[in-house]
Design a protein around this ligand. Structure first.
Ligand code: GUN
Ligand code: ZN
Length: 428
């Protein structure tokens, strides 16, 4: 058994709907872990008699939290973070597609996978739902690297058979074969999962979307991820390509892609009826505020989504997103709320980054908090990691205020250690 002593904070439920307590905080807490799983988490005084002769690793002045869950990120886009001057469709053409073309080379993909997972772990992200490039080899490289780190990671090869450079397009037949092979060899291996990944409606023919729906129906444990209603020009072009559909979401509905294992990135311009249908289907939205601000896509209606009962997680959406840090992304989510006239509550923010994200991925029974039986993905945070944090934190009047300051001022510098299934995988 392993034992860790520090202040501990973890969400227990969605604070916007919970009837009981929505989080637990132990100023002097103890976390007990065995075989990669949480055995107990509570006040040191209550659990100390269960220690027997287990050595205790103490982190005075530190805060233990669950690992972060990033519900939307692109593995092949780390190198195009901070590309100047374009909105979504031009950004894809000018920056994204050329960068993704490089992932035809397995050596480049392997090198990029090690860097990418290193960035996730140093930022405290222990689980993610990830877009690969169109190349099967890109996802293989990522799965290989994630398996070596025992991460709970879901990924898929992007499907795109039109409206992209010829070298980056697949076909219905090649993409079906690649997907089936990746599912057979990687889905359920270690903590890995496969997601059917049509890029978005513009880049997939009717036949490819129909094939994606068939593969999904034949593999009930597999996820679905795509983009939805991100940018006005994208929405207009989608409507022109699918004139017979009622709205953007209806494109995906028609092909059987909207279910309780589906995660839609963005949803910035959805209306109430689409929120309602997403909620009814049990689908989730990945809220990607840094990306939505960077590309000028718009201001996501988090309150509207939550009021309709849609599951929501946080997505960094690197490389349109500007940071791998989920903490930083929560700070951006707050600013989006301010521009819409609603202030994101810090407890709600941390819920979205952990248990909410886990539930968005249908993994709420395995990850997202530190209740007994959960997989032991957790962080040791240094709340005084920078001179500014060291000055600001002691002035925080409450836990809520501390958490809020962390989201506004924090990033990878506050993540002192990252544990994945009970094993330390990053130390600052
Ligand atoms: N829509 C289709 N592809 C992409 C992508 O790579 N990034 C973002 N932000 N939106 C997309
Ligand atoms: Zn994206």
């Amino acid at each position: 058994m392993q034992a860790y002593r520090a202040a501990i904070f973890h969400p227990l439920d969605d604070p916007t709907t919970a009837e009981g307590p929505a989080h637990a905080f132990h100023a002097d807490g103890l976390l007990l872990v065995e075989d990669g799983v949480v055995v107990a988490c509570g006040a040191y005084a209550d659990l100390a008699d269960r220690l027997a002769d287990t050595p205790v690793e103490a982190f005075p002045g530190r805060l233990i939290t669950p690992g972060f869950v990033d519900t939307h990120i692109h593995f092949p886009q780390a190198d195009i973070i901070a590309a100047h001057g374009a909105q979504l469709l031009d950004w894809l053409e000018q920056h994204t597609f050329p960068a993704e073309a490089a992932f035809a080379d397995p050596a480049h993909a392997a090198d990029a996978a090690a860097f990418f997972l290193g960035q996730l772990l140093r930022n405290g992200t222990t689980s993610a739902l990830v877009f690969g490039s169109v190349h099967k080899a890109s996802v293989e490289a990522l799965f290989e690297a994630a398996l070596a780190r025992n991460m709970r990671l879901i990924a898929g090869k992007v499907l795109m058979d039109r409206h992209a450079p010829p070298g980056l397009c697949d076909t219905v037949e090649t993409s079906r074969a690649d997907m089936l092979d990746l599912i057979a060899r990687w889905h359920g291996r270690g903590r890995l999962g496969y997601a059917v990944t049509p890029r978005f409606a513009i880049s997939c023919s009717d036949a490819q979307l129909a094939m994606a729906g068939e593969v999904l129906a034949q593999h009930p444990g597999v996820w679905l991820q795509t983009h939805l209603s991100e940018n006005p020009r994208e929405i207009a072009e989608t409507a022109a390509l699918f004139p017979e559909t009622a709205d953007y979401l209806n494109v995906y509905e028609r092909f059987g892609l909207v279910g309780d294992r589906s995660v839609f990135a963005h949803g910035v311009h959805l209306h109430g009826d689409e929120f309602e249908r997403l909620a009814k289907a049990g689908s989730a939205i990945a809220f990607c505020p840094s990306s939505n601000l960077f590309l000028g896509s718009g201001l996501f209606d988090l309150k509207g989504a939550c009021d309709h009962g849609v599951k929501v997680g946080i997505g960094t959406d690197v490389g349109a997103g500007t940071s791998f840090s989920v903490l930083h992304t929560l700070g951006e989510a707050y600013k989006v709320g301010q521009l819409r006239g609603t202030s994101l509550d810090p407890f709600h923010a941390f819920y979205l980054a952990t248990l909410g994200g886990a539930r968005a991925l249908n993994l709420g029974d395995k990850i997202g908090n530190l209740e007994a039986g959960k997989e032991a993905d957790f962080l040791v945070l240094d709340l005084a990691a920078t001179p500014l944090l060291a000055r600001r934190m002691p002035l925080a009047a409450s836990l809520e205020d501390k958490l809020f300051a962390l989201t506004v001022l924090g990033d990878d510098r506050v993540v002192e250690r990252t544990y994945v299934a009970g094993v330390e995988r990053h130390r600052r």
